[in-house]
Design a protein around this ligand. Structure first.
Ligand SMILES: [Mg+2]
Length: 391
């Protein structure tokens, strides 16, 4: 790991666009501004992918069935998902981020961690960097970003979320910032864990910070120590800009369990599209499609398939998810609380498969292949893995 920054305090920014898809639609069509806008599938069968703040006031949320959203907010304007358009805007958003930090780790189309530790002389104080990012996002993209500034990733992410919309929250004393927050905010505390923590009287992150025998008894010594450390703000996970994603996915937990195969299929189509847009934004293709279904009783089923060739085409990925869903047992009987799509077997879109029609490119691809063979012969396969990851 990067040990050289251990001695100086880290400064992490988490930047997240507010109500991204819905805001893009309101930006592009002024008649939608100030109105409740819901982006998602078909009005009768589809699901909500994004809701504007005007719609959220009525309780509309992502991953909610569209029928429910329209019960809550009948006057909502429902618009289709324009994933390619969002992916294009995402590239411009990341260009702004890269102009402000040496290390940027993208989390989704509209969200990233930036490490600006030790950049004061070059880029200014961290809050000034955050303000500059917000200003450029507003001027160049006509969108609104919320930013959290903190010494660690988790607290930066919580901070950007707490400030929304149009937030800028700077955390100096992490432990103090975290202490009053509900324990469910902590990374690694899901709904089930949250319930068992509430059962032993642990409500806030501060309640966790000291650790407890009860907690150790519930979750085991290692996990208890880990949670207590996170609760105290000890979070040294690095921003990993070069991290080559092993998989890219999209999933949603539903407010009400789904009891219907078609509705699950609909969610998976949208999730496949979201994941495919991320592939395209990162210049990747995927060969493996995985469908994940979690039932109401929390049992998890996954099904995977390998495609004939790698793709970033949401339509092909959607067809695969439909085939895979047919292999998942008991959907109509058991109730589904989560569906997700994950794409693996990732390849660069400029990889050799694309070069077939272009002789010089083929030659270059082949000579690269030969060079890699030579490196492998000299230093072992591991050397190539590292070289490619760094690329
Ligand atoms: Mg966002």
């Amino acid at each position: 790991m990067t040990g050289q920054r251990v001695s100086c305090p880290r400064v992490i920014l988490h930047v997240d666009l507010d109500a991204f898809y819905a805001s893009v639609e309101q930006r592009d069509d002024p008649s939608l501004r100030g109105r409740p806008v819901v982006v998602g599938g078909h009005a009768r069968r589809g699901v909500v992918c994004a809701a504007s703040y005007e719609a959220r006031k009525f309780g509309v949320k992502s991953a909610m069935p569209m029928v429910r959203a329209l019960e809550l907010c009948p006057q909502a304007v429902v618009l289709p998902v324009r994933m390619d358009h969002y992916a294009t805007i995402s590239r411009d958003f990341f260009a702004i981020l890269h102009a402000h930090a040496p290390l940027v780790e993208g989390l989704s189309l509209d969200e990233a961690f930036l490490d600006v530790s030790g950049c004061e002389r070059l880029l200014g104080e961290p809050p000034a960097i955050a303000r500059s990012i917000k200003a450029r996002v507003r001027e160049e993209l006509a969108l609104v970003a919320s930013v959290g500034v903190a010494p660690g990733k988790m607290s930066a992410k919580i901070a950007s979320d707490l400030g929304k919309p149009d937030g800028l929250v700077v955390v100096d004393d992490v432990a103090r910032f975290l202490a009053p927050l509900p324990v469910g905010r902590l990374w690694g505390v899901g709904e089930v864990m949250e319930k068992s923590l509430l059962a032993i009287g642990v409500r806030t992150i501060g309640d966790l910070a000291g650790g407890s025998e009860h907690l150790t008894a519930r979750v085991g010594a290692d996990h208890a120590r880990h949670l207590a450390a996170l609760a105290r703000g000890e979070d040294d996970r690095q921003v990993e800009p070069d991290r080559r994603a092993v998989s890219i996915g999209a999933e949603d937990t539903f407010e009400t369990d789904l009891g219907d195969l078609e509705l699950c299929a609909e969610h998976l189509l949208v999730q496949g599209d979201r994941a495919a847009a991320r592939l395209r934004a990162e210049g990747l293709r995927a060969r493996v499609v995985v469908v994940k279904v979690k039932y109401a009783d929390h049992t998890l089923v996954t099904r995977r398939t390998t495609l004939g060739r790698a793709t970033a085409d949401g339509r092909l990925i959607g067809q695969a998810t439909r085939r895979l869903l047919a292999e998942v047992p008991g959907i109509d009987k058991r109730g589904v609380r989560l569906t997700g799509v994950s794409l693996a077997g990732l390849e660069d879109e400029s990889g050799p498969r694309q070069l077939g029609f272009d002789e010089p490119e083929v030659a270059r691809g082949e000579s690269l292949g030969k060079a890699l063979d030579q490196i492998a012969a000299k230093f072992g396969d591991d050397a190539i893995g590292r070289a490619l990851r760094r690329k």
